[in-house]
Design a protein around this ligand. Structure first.
Ligand code: SF4
Length: 415
């Protein structure tokens, strides 16, 4: 759990008694007790009867889970609950039965760690993000159909989150007739309308189309896929809007409007982890690795920027120490003391500022939301949570929230 190339902290923090004394002084409890308490979600939470990111996230987030490339944000709560129940039955339960009731196959990542967060289903390590990417996020509610897709993505060396976004985006683009199926090398239109979704038949169909799409993507099978493979979603969407202006006019929205990403500089972008969380596409200098407030929450821009900045600095501190972030619950409050015990100099608190400054010099600063679905992710959650002051009635409202957030973040980062 304390790694890194030189494993500095690990080597130096070998005096278990000193660590125990530190925890007793700070918390009144032994180190291992605090560790077990703070990592319960990743090991096994007896209150929930499950553990690990996959085990916990489905029952925990339920109707807040993003489905169908975030189209779920437009669904009424009762409809989202109906879908969440299907996901729990078809996607979560097969895993739960096998990994928690039958085999209890839990492992560590290779570090000597008692959390054993790696939950293994018939030889396949199951994490929330990679399975959700090719599961409910692309309109596949069958766990068994997701397993070969995760295998395929792993074998091809692709990033599962990015591929989930890519497949969901292209499914939606084909579904809305911005592209024809053959333009991405598939022979059918994906089932991408949640209200008409047949959870078994349509899941099988979507999983089959996703496998074909991923294979086509890596093989440059069509001109459109080559464009996307070379440029990424953000730039490719702009090119496709120029190429298919007539379709954009006929359909009534742009290619980019169906994608969700945080934009950086002129061409950069990051697709978010699978949470209905404005903090994952808010203007932060690093996205894609939880250096933000990724709770499903909404606040005025200055308050949100402050909470996200504080999380970013704390996550950076943990990352920089080479500590697995699943241990942040116990490690964050004592990290400065641990550095004290080791004699290793703590990193400069300006790490995040240095990264932000570099982003500015590199022309990779966060940019305002470009896609309708990204903006809607923010406004629908605000409405869901009953935000009174922010109604997001037109683009100016989004822009104002974004600009005020960014200005406050910069004040915190650079002052
Ligand atoms: S909690 Fe972190 S260190 Fe422990 S097994 Fe999981 S990934 Fe490895």
């Amino acid at each position: 759990m304390v790694g890194g190339p030189k494993r500095l902290l690990y080597e130096k923090v070998a005096d278990v008694e000193a660590i125990n004394n530190l925890f007793r002084a700070k918390t009144g409890k032994a180190y291992i007790d605090v560790l077990n308490e703070k990592t319960v979600k990743y090991r096994f939470d007896p209150k929930m009867g499950t553990g690990g990111t996959f085990g916990v996230n489905y029952p925990h987030y339920r109707d807040l889970l993003p489905l169908f490339g975030y189209k779920s944000i437009y669904m009424p709560k009762e409809e989202r609950i109906r879908h969440a129940d299907l996901v729990l039955e078809l996607f979560w339960k097969p895993f739960q039965r096998e990994v928690f009731e039958k085999t209890k196959s839990w492992y560590n990542c290779g570090e000597p760690c008692p959390v054993v967060c790696k939950k293994v289903w018939r030889g396949k390590k199951v994490d929330y993000e990679s399975f959700h990417a090719v599961g409910p996020f692309i309109g596949n509610y069958l766990f068994e159909e997701a397993v070969p897709l995760v295998d395929l993505i792993d074998r091809l060396g692709l990033d599962a989150i990015e591929m989930g976004h890519l497949v969901a985006w292209l499914f939606d683009v084909v579904h809305t007739s911005l592209l024809k199926p053959e333009e991405v090398g598939i022979d059918d239109t994906p089932a991408f309308e949640p209200s008409k979704f047949n959870p078994v038949d349509d899941s099988r169909k979507n999983a089959k189309l996703a496998a074909r799409l991923i294979e086509n993507f890596v093989n440059n099978a069509t001109e459109v896929l080559t464009l996307i493979a070379r440029n990424g979603i953000r730039k490719a969407a702009r090119e496709l809007e120029k190429k298919f202006q007539d379709r954009v006019r006929a359909v009534g929205h742009r290619f980019r409007d169906l994608a969700v990403y945080a934009a950086f500089g002129a061409e950069g972008y990051m697709t978010p982890n699978f949470y209905w969380a404005p903090g994952l596409i808010a203007p932060m200098y690093i996205q894609g690795r939880y250096w933000s407030n990724y709770n499903p929450t909404f606040m005025p821009p200055e308050d949100f920027a402050k909470s996200a900045y504080e999380r970013a600095v704390a996550e950076a501190y943990i990352d920089n120490a080479g500590i697995c972030r699943f241990h942040r619950g116990w490690a964050e409050p004592v990290l400065a003391d641990l550095y004290g015990l080791t004699g290793v100099k703590p990193p400069t608190p300006s790490l995040y500022r240095d990264i932000a400054y570099y982003s500015k010099l590199a022309g990779a600063e966060p940019m305002p939301w470009e896609s309708k679905r990204s903006r809607d992710l923010v406004s629908t959650l605000a409405a869901e949570l009953g935000a009174k002051e922010w109604k997001f009635e037109d683009y100016d409202d989004y822009y104002e929230w974004w600009v005020r957030y960014k200005a406050h973040l910069d004040k915190l980062v650079f002052s």
